[in-house]
Design a binder for this molecule. Structure first.
Ligand code: ME8
Length: 656
């Protein structure tokens, strides 16, 4: 009988910079799921890769003085690049796709043409706002505080001839998919998608799927001024890597539809709305699930390459070990929610769970078999009631673990294992084998007791394999488990280890870490890594176009005094200012600077505002003007300072 199949994917990452611990988190989770499914007997296809086109990469390459392909080659294949990182992290992907791979490029051209021939892609004009880092177009009403709603950065005016995908045609079917099935998980992400993008004002908008403003992309082969929008190019990777519209691979029938796409929550929109709509257009089967996982954040903000607040997985894996890092990521953070990363937490998890609980259980159990039985344990079967609870828990473990793994709840699956490990450690204290060892007549009972410990370790180790594969191999070696004592089937049965099993005591698998000393060293290492090649201060590009003097003179800059200031409800960024502008009537200005200032810091200050911009509505409130600030980047991090004037300047004084 042919094996059941399981197809799982990570997002394909942008090789615009080195990957960080956030990317590693998603890839490790996908790897654990793939390994778990293989363990349970599935024929698994695990795909990851890189999303190599787009303006961001083109710009980065220009900055570095190389071609875009040279640039991405370096980041993907170069020393300590993406491929090296996945090798280091023991990622068991079956395939790796690069969207610059020839077969993918050709396939995308064919796919684009098929959608065009069907009438689902048509030519029009795009007019609106464009966010370069996100490669996204926005309408004015979608902007927050005049800035990109995804990343909060400045947008530019854009108008270009473009091809559009008739997403609106599929809106109802996508809505039914989201609301009527378990396609999108966790279910808590459904409402946001439906309310913000489908059942919003104007409904689901057609999507602009080509660009003419840069060239680093897949050319539309029947209109080569255009390159294919990077998201259409990227999403189809999940199928071209199996052979859609190409002959490089032939596994589409076998593995498609995908069982699950793991993606970060910020790209759920593309995977839960546009991806199914594209597939509907081509009459292709839809993936079974999209799972939107949470972010690793640092001090509340998303870790991201552009913010520069990233943690380098190389440093952590090299210092603490690959398995310790893999384990920490999945044990500490619930997969569906955000988690606050810190080195303290990492070290604490290693010390408590791995060194203390698991490590001690293994070393105490094997040491006692060695000490009391010369390393070889007879199977004696002298049970006592004190064994019952441990045995019941160990026998039920596989079922509980499986229930959590099937829901991608890695943290909960590990929690089940560690409950049993804690129970086994308590069992050692309760049964005090060292006392029994003094009584020659209790030798058989002592053997049973130690057997129960090894069995518990064995079952836990089988189930830990997807998370910490190398360490599990070492533990299996230490407890003398044979190949058939390491299987999924064997994890459901208590008492599988063979008679006369021989333990081999080895080094501690997870040495304890001196937290204080380690934290100090890490700080120094990360600081040094961050500073390499990152200019301390980065300035906005200088304007290349000039404005004529008359236009400039029309701008009315005034001194304003802050009468009151408060955070706008439901907005993370906006502050609402009531200002004295000298006119006798209060002026209201909204500004997206909450990240940089608390309202109470600003009351009473004298600021600079331009007051003759057309009023704009933000979050339902009118903003009449704009406060002027100075912006720059420092070690990759955005900095903003409001321009503050001398308090001696009266409200309303004109700047000229
Ligand atoms: O979005 N915490 O690529 P990308 C957790 N190329 N996960 C994080 C994270 C963080 N702080 N930062 C990144 C793209 N990730 C597109 C995808 S797919 C057809 C195209 C993970 O390099 C998370 O899974 O920006 C997120 O969705 C992904 O990396 C984004 O990687």
């Amino acid at each position: 009988m042919e094996n059941k199949t399981f197809y799982i994917t990570t997002p394909i990452y942008y090789p615009s910079d080195k990957l960080h611990i956030g990317h590693t988190y998603c890839t490790v989770a996908t790897d654990a799921m793939a390994r778990y499914k293989r363990l349970t007997g599935y024929d698994v296809m695990f795909l990851t890769g890189t999303d190599e086109h787009g303006q961001k990469i083109e710009d980065k390459a220009k900055e570095a003085g190389v071609t875009p392909k040279e640039f991405v080659d370096r980041i993907v294949e170069g020393n300590r690049g993406i491929l090296d990182l996945w090798k280091l992290m023991n990622i068991s992907n079956d395939r790796f796709i690069r969207t610059t791979d020839e077969y993918h490029v050709k396939a995308i051209q064919r796919i684009f043409r098929r959608m065009y021939d069907k009438g689902d892609i048509y030519k029009g004009t795009y007019k609106g706002k464009y966010c370069k880092p996100c490669e996204s177009f926005w309408t004015e009403s979608q902007l927050v505080d005049g800035k990109c709603p995804d990343c909060g950065r400045e947008v530019q005016d854009a108008e270009e001839e473009a091809y559009f995908f008739r997403a609106s045609k599929y809106a109802q079917r996508v809505c039914d998919l989201l609301t009527g099935t378990d396609f999108l998980q966790p279910a808590s992400r459904v409402n946001e998608m439906v309310n913000n993008f489908i059942q919003c004002e104007g409904g689901l908008q057609d999507l602009c799927v080509s660009r003419t403003s840069f060239t680093w992309g897949i050319p539309v082969d029947f209109d080569d001024k255009h390159v294919v929008y990077v998201w259409l190019d990227a999403l189809f990777n999940y199928m071209t890597a199996l052979g859609l519209e190409n002959d490089a691979h032939h596994d589409l029938d076998k593995y498609w539809p995908a069982d699950v796409h793991f993606v970060g929550k910020e790209i759920v929109r593309f995977h839960a709305i546009y991806w199914p709509a594209f597939l509907m257009s081509l009459d292709l089967p839809l993936p079974k699930h999209v799972y939107g996982h949470g972010w690793l954040v640092m001090d509340g903000g998303k870790m991201s390459k552009s913010k520069g607040n990233v943690v380098d997985p190389y440093i952590l894996a090299e210092r603490f070990g690959v398995d310790a890092l893999r384990f920490f990521l999945l044990r500490t953070f619930p997969f569906g929610s955000d988690g606050n990363f810190s080195n303290e937490l990492l070290i604490n998890t290693i010390n408590v769970d791995l060194a203390n609980d698991l490590g001690n259980l293994v070393s105490r159990s094997t040491a006692m078999v060695e000490k009391y039985f010369g390393g070889t344990l007879p199977k004696t079967g002298v049970a006592e009631s004190v064994d019952d609870e441990l045995l019941t828990m160990a026998k039920a473990l596989r079922g509980k673990y499986e229930a959590q793994m099937e829901k991608y709840q890695f943290q909960s699956a590990l929690e089940e294992i560690f409950k049993v490990i804690a129970r086994a450690n308590k069992y050692i204290d309760e049964t005090a084998p060292w006392v029994l060892a003094k009584d020659e007549s209790r030798r058989d009972r002592l053997a049973t007791l130690l057997f129960n410990l090894l069995e518990t370790v064995r079952i836990c180790t089988v189930l830990l394999t997807p998370f910490i594969p190398e360490s599990c191999d070492k533990i299996f070696e230490q407890i003398g488990a044979t190949a058939c004592e390491r299987t999924w089937e064997s994890a459901e049965v208590f008492g599988v280890l063979h008679d006369g099993v021989s333990v081999r005591k080895g080094d501690a698998i997870f040495p304890r870490i001196d937290a204080a000393a380690e934290l100090k060293e890490l700080e120094a290492l990360e600081g040094a890594a961050k500073n390499v090649g990152t200019p301390a201060v980065e300035l906005e590009p200088y304007a290349t176009e000039s404005v004529d003097f008359d236009t400039f003179c029309k701008s009315d800059f005034r001194a304003v005094k802050v009468k009151s200031c408060e955070a706008v409800k439901k907005s993370e960024k906006l502050l609402r200012f009531t200002l004295d502008d000298g006119s006798g009537t209060d002026r209201q200005i909204l500004s997206g600077i909450h990240k940089f200032y608390e309202p109470e810091q600003l009351v009473g200050k004298t600021l600079l505002a331009i007051i003759n911009l057309p009023p704009r509505k933000m979050m339902g409130l009118e903003s009449c003007g704009m406060l002027i600030s100075a912006v720059h980047k420092e070690s990759g991090e955005e900095k903003l300072h409001l321009v503050m004037l001398d308090d001696a300047i009266p409200a309303g004084a004109k700047m000229c």
